[in-house]
Design a protein around this ligand. Structure first.
Ligand SMILES: [Zn+2]
Length: 272
């Protein structure tokens, strides 16, 4: 069994504010320790379930020298490989080679979720909403759609309760979830302690993989249209002159292609 773990940091238990997830900020080292522990717990669950290839992708844009490198290399669990420093939602090599199951750990809710801690979609400053064929999606939806193009189902997600609800609504109830905290606002939550969050993640990852009762890969009808409503019109300049991408309104970017991956690929810069 070959699995991929897509990681983010905002959905980790104990993480409440940006200062825990922004590279170099006052509480960042605390945040990355909590983050690394949860990812290690997920890797242990995969190993127990018999995964023989585990590829972990750090998907947290911490900024600066820490961009997509918030996992602490010296503390990582053995038996997996870790992709650090690669642009967001672009590492598809394991999907191209054939990936059986995908897991999300530390995920957060889409922009505008009232009970989503640190909620945003890709960019807190630049993006207001994202839609695939008219369906509002967050980051978990974007990655699920990429994986779906390569026939890989998303079988597990952890994060706050709002994120688990968002994933189940999009992918279905067969996706096993682990809510490690419940937001009490965008910057406040009721958390499990790290030790309990890690035990829950390890146990549910194991059962998600071992039970094999997986949801179908997420598919959208072709042609697939990906639309982003930006926060301000100047942000549209970043998308001018790209094949297949149109500036559909002062703040509306539209990318259409024969699959979500192609719509995403022509839209999303490697520098992102
Ligand atoms: Zn993040």
């Amino acid at each position: 069994m070959r699995v991929m773990i897509w990681c983010d940091m905002e959905g980790v238990a104990g993480v409440t504010v940006w200062a825990q997830v922004d590279g170099g900020a006052a509480l960042y080292e605390e945040g990355r320790r909590l983050y690394t522990q949860e990812i290690n717990a997920a890797v242990r669950g995969c190993k127990r379930a018999g995964a023989d290839e585990i590829v972990v992708v750090d998907g947290h844009g911490a900024g600066g020298a820490w961009q997509f490198k918030s996992l602490i290399p010296a503390d990582l669990e053995s038996g997996a490989e870790y992709v650090l420093g690669y642009p967001w939602a672009r590492y598809i090599e394991p999907l191209q080679q054939g990936c059986d199951a995908v897991l999300f750990v530390g995920a957060h809710a889409m922009a505008g979720t009232s009970d989503g801690i640190l909620c945003h979609t890709v960019s807190n400053q630049a993006w207001y909403n994202a839609r695939i064929n008219g369906t509002l999606v967050g980051e978990s939806g974007i990655i699920s759609a990429i994986c779906g193009d390569f026939e890989a189902p998303v079988v597990f997600a952890s994060g706050d309760a709002a994120t688990c609800r968002e994933v189940n609504e999009l992918i279905g109830d067969k996706c096993v979830t682990a809510a490690v905290k419940t937001a009490l606002g965008r910057y406040s939550a009721r958390h499990l302690p790290a030790v309990d969050a890690c035990a829950m993640i390890e146990g549910r990852v194991y059962s998600a993989l071992a039970n094999h009762n997986w949801p179908a890969p997420l598919k959208f009808t072709n042609p697939v249209t990906f639309e982003v409503e930006l926060a301000t019109p100047d942000r549209a300049n970043d998308f001018r002159g790209r094949n297949g991408v149109t500036i559909a309104g002062p703040r509306l970017i539209r990318s259409t292609a024969d699959s979500f991956w192609h719509a995403w690929d022509q839209f999303w810069p490697y520098g992102g």
